[in-house]
Design a protein around this ligand. Structure first.
Ligand SMILES: *Cc1c(COP(=O)(O)O)cnc(C)c1O
Length: 396
């Protein structure tokens, strides 16, 4: 592993994004090598024995570690300011591993209600099957957090901003309540990206990513990551990973390493385009609601300004006229694609109630603001004027 890794912590994060944790092979390649190997060989049987005992540190099997995956993990850890990172096959593998590795029967989990569909499933249905008790709160209401965390809890799970409603959690306040209740705080930071929000500096213990989104950002592969202290990774996550195998493929790790090189540039442009489009759409009479963290009209605008350095790429819209009007709008778009992915160079749009949040009951959707006219727009890297022209003609 790179000998100068610790000194790379001093680099500005733009430098870390491009060069952090790079390990050149004897061929001195410019671009990171792809070690597409499942296993590793030992010179002697003794070396194999010592490796399994942990007496020598080396690669043993790619379910545990792999050199290309390791470069991605260490580079992401540098950017996040985390001691350790473990990459996963997808964002959902990361969310599940971050919770399942630390929870046991009868443990309490307190989560914000506004979650991505699959995160909601893990908290509301899957973990309770193993005797974990989940309590949901309105994440924007500190009184509800205080009440729920007046009783000891093992973990807190939040998404901020939330998918798709863009609700924000006051991380500093919730982390201090959570720690007083004995809970480990896990933050799904997908919408904010490693560029716009640093949950660990606000008190969070564990950060999870779907690297599928902005980290790849070009629609090519799935990936995920969990970042935390050395102790959490060593004691909780590593044994869980080793024996359950949600490991990231070395090829995907390489794609994601390339994604990190341009992440800062792309996220900044995503933010500029999204703010410009959100401001323009706010004036469109065909829309009953436009939400974006950095619009002054967002109910948590002040929190967004203090907690994030940009508003992100997602805009939440609501058309007057429910599902029928929403479908008509989506079907009239010529440039923007109907797709449930997000954080991509291409602008993508989807009707949340019939796609990502279809599994919820209408009452559950109403609680998190997903009405039949609700639409999630992921603003890409195209020229914003072309995007606005497309949105305007489809709303006309
Ligand atoms: C997409 C997403 C996930 C899941 O990531 P995958 O890579 O698709 O498994 C988790 N959380 C949030 C907030 C997401 O947007």
């Amino acid at each position: 592993m790179t000998t100068d890794y610790d000194s790379q912590r001093e680099w500005a994060f733009q430098t870390q994004l491009v060069r952090g944790a790079t390990e050149r092979s004897q061929f001195m390649e410019t671009s990171e090598a792809i070690y597409l190997t499942s296993g590793y060989v030992y010179k002697t049987a003794e070396e194999a024995e010592q490796s399994f005992k942990g007496d020598i540190e080396r690669y043993v099997y790619s379910r545990f570690r792999n050199p290309t995956v390791n470069m991605f993990e260490r580079r992401l850890a540098l950017i996040e300011g985390a001691e350790e990172c473990r990459a996963m096959a997808s964002g959902m593998a990361a969310v599940f591993a971050a919770l399942a590795c630390q929870l046991s029967t009868s443990d309490r989990l307190v989560a914000s209600r506004a979650l991505f569909g699959s995160c909601q499933y893990i908290c509301a249905e899957l973990l309770p099957r193993f005797g974990i008790v989940t309590e949901f709160v309105d994440g924007t209401d500190l009184a509800q957090w205080k009440k729920a965390l007046a009783t000891p809890a093992k973990a807190v799970f939040v998404e901020t901003p939330s998918n798709p409603g863009l609700e924000m959690i006051d991380l500093k306040a919730v982390c201090s309540l959570a720690h007083a209740a004995g809970a480990v705080v896990v933050v799904d930071n997908v919408f904010a990206t490693p560029i716009l929000q640093k949950p660990l500096t606000l008190g969070a213990d564990v950060v999870v990513y779907s690297a599928t989104k902005h980290i790849d950002g070009q629609g090519r592969c799935l990936g995920g990551a969990v970042l935390a202290s050395n102790q959490f990774i060593t004691d909780k996550l590593t044994p869980f990973m080793r024996h359950t195998g949600p490991s990231l493929s070395p090829f995907n790790a390489w794609v994601l390493l390339k994604g990190l090189e341009t992440l800062d540039l792309r996220v900044r442009r995503h933010c500029e385009n999204a703010l410009l489009i959100a401001r323009a759409l706010e004036k469109n009479k065909a829309l009953s609601r436009v939400a974006y963290p950095l619009l002054e009209s967002h109910p948590q605008y002040q929190l967004a300004r203090t907690q994030m350095t940009g508003g992100g790429s997602i805009i939440a819209l609501e058309v007057a006229g429910g599902k029928e009007a929403a479908f008509r709008f989506l079907n009239k778009l010529k440039l923007i694609d109907i797709s449930n992915n997000l954080g991509d160079a291409k602008s993508l749009i989807c009707h949340s109630a019939t796609t990502t949040h279809q599994r919820l009951t209408p009452e559950q959707r109403a609680e998190v603001g997903i009405t039949d006219g609700f639409i999630r727009l992921s603003v890409g890297l195209e020229d914003p004027n072309d995007l606005l022209a497309d949105l305007s003609q489809a709303l006309a």
